[in-house]
Ligand binder design. Structure first.
Ligand code: 13P
Length: 241
């Protein structure tokens, strides 16, 4: 069965105090959210500890935004699976386009990070998607399939989420048409041996387009950036109609 998963990616936003302030409001607005759905918040590393304590006993799952492939070592600025599981992290984003674009992530390091997450029992959310130039050159399918093939070598499809995030739709307000996102996500699913992998859409998901996005048959949830920063707005998103 494909699980519906809506995740907030807070990127480099919110101090510990701001994270707790968010949770106080957000937790009180979930009574009507679909019981079977998974709700995930991927905070900055510095907020994970206080978030974990505050989420104890709640249905909200805690996510990180990256994970290193080694358990320890001389990797300045990185974080390991042991460090994340000790805090109670159960998801992590891997291969976000901002990591690929600004921090030199490659399909090969993405693959290593995916396997490390799974070996620690952390469910990775693998991000794939094309740039505007690649879309304009009709390369969307080829780019996405290539990213998947390289990232998924020896990765367990039973413990994985994929997010289709067209780069031109991230933070731009220029949402990919819901039907087009549905088409590409269907294509991604056709490449997988396990058809039950949850595949999210990400890129300018807002309170006013979530209902249309979630109505698409291939789309199993959303990875939400900017609109996940405000508790009332993100609550409306997880309470999609
Ligand atoms: P926005 O929702 O701000 O476009 O960001 C999407 C994203 O990058 C989620 O990972």
């Amino acid at each position: 069965m494909r699980k519906i998963i809506i995740a907030g990616n807070w990127k480099m936003h919110k101090t510990q105090a701001e994270s707790l302030e968010f949770l106080q409001i957000f937790k009180s607005k979930l009574e009507n959210a679909n019981e079977a759905m998974e709700i995930v918040l991927c905070s900055a590393f510095t907020s994970l500890g206080v978030m974990s304590k505050s989420l104890h006993g709640s249905r909200i799952k805690l996510g990180a935004q990256n994970i290193h492939w080694e358990d320890k070592g001389a990797y300045t600025g990185e974080i390991s699976g042991d460090m994340l599981t000790e805090i109670g992290v159960s998801y992590t984003i891997v291969g976000h386009s901002e990591r690929r674009q600004y921090f030199g992530e490659t399909d090969e390091t993405v693959n290593l990070r995916l396997k490390a997450a799974q070996s620690h029992g952390i469910r990775p959310i693998l991000c794939v998607g094309e740039t505007k130039a690649q879309r304009d050159a009709s390369q969307t399918e080829q780019i996405v399939i290539n990213q998947l093939q390289k990232a998924l070598v020896d990765v367990d499809l039973n413990n994985l989420v994929i997010a289709y995030e067209p780069i031109w739709a991230i933070g731009t307000g220029d949402t990919c048409q819901a039907t087009e996102a549905n088409r590409v996500i269907g294509l991604i699913r056709s490449q997988l041996d396990n058809k039950n992998v949850s595949i999210q859409y990400g890129g300018s998901v807002k309170a006013n387009n979530i209902d249309e996005i979630m109505a698409q048959p291939e789309i199993d949830g959303a990875l939400v950036g900017g609109a996940s920063l405000d508790a009332a707005t993100f609550a409306r998103i997880v309470n999609y109609q």
